[in-house]
Design a protein around this ligand. Structure first.
Ligand SMILES: [Zn+2]
Length: 252
């Protein structure tokens, strides 16, 4: 069979998946037969869920598009702040009102995600297959440290988390999905992901330490696990933590 070639160029953080000589540069990709652009991207080593826009000789194309000889293919990551509204996005529904499911390595990040007010599902004993199934049925974005997980063919939304440090991971997610303006801090339980609602202090008086009762007026309770939250020192610490993260994300 005759060998053809197309020329690929990957942008932004998609370069994280490429070997050094292919980073930030155009390179030839030889092929035979009739591969789709999705097959080519995966065989180069980039999970398709990380991709949001593909241009073939400057025109936007879908994943099923068949490669042609000598074509130039530009591949862009999920990047909500880039204005590409006039070209075809690869997904019908963009990542508005994002919900998440996190892999077993991201327990601390799950808490931070909830602190920000996002729905972050996390269970220690989920298998990869279950994570994928939940992602699809509940339209949740998969957050994972395992890029193999993102190569499952049917996944539509997912992010490979680069950093091993939880705070850095939160920055990654906020930055790459442009979440800063969507935060609703302290509306979700960090422990169980339940929603938190305001309650009258009379309702919970017996459950509180004496000094807490004296000093605080505003109480909230998790609708799922019953945990009680008030604006004490833990609250202040978390607020400061979040302010710092937001500052570092929007500062760049
Ligand atoms: Zn709870």
């Amino acid at each position: 069979m005759e060998t053809h070639q197309a020329f690929f160029r990957f942008y932004e953080e998609l370069n994280d998946f490429l070997p050094g000589y292919r980073k930030m540069a155009e390179f030839p990709y030889p092929f035979t037969g009739n591969p789709s652009v999705k097959d080519a991207i995966e065989s180069i080593g980039v999970p398709h869920v990380e991709v949001d826009l593909i241009l073939a000789d400057g025109k936007s194309v879908g994943f099923a598009y068949k490669l042609r000889n000598n074509e130039r293919i530009s591949v862009y990551p999920v990047f909500e702040t880039l204005d590409i509204s006039d070209v075809q996005r690869l997904r019908a529904s963009p990542l508005r009102d994002p919900k998440f499911i996190l892999d077993v390595h991201l327990g601390r990040l799950a808490k931070y995600i909830r602190l920000c007010g996002f729905d972050g599902r996390y269970e220690k004993d989920l298998t990869d297959r279950e994570i994928v199934a939940i992602s699809l049925s509940q339209e949740r974005i998969i957050l994972t440290r395992d890029r193999g997980l993102l190569k499952a063919k049917n996944i539509t939304h997912g992010l490979w988390i680069r950093s091993g440090k939880p705070v850095e991971q939160l920055r990654e997610v906020m930055k790459r999905l442009d979440l800063v303006n969507k935060l609703q801090p302290f509306t979700r339980c960090m422990e169980c992901n339940g929603e938190i609602v305001s309650i009258a202090s009379e309702e919970i008086k017996q459950q509180l330490p004496e000094r807490t009762k004296e000093f605080y007026m505003d109480f909230r309770r998790c609708t799922l696990c019953g945990r009680i939250y008030w604006e004490g020192s833990h609250f202040e610490r978390m607020k400061k933590f979040l302010d710092n993260v937001i500052l570092s994300v929007s500062g760049k």
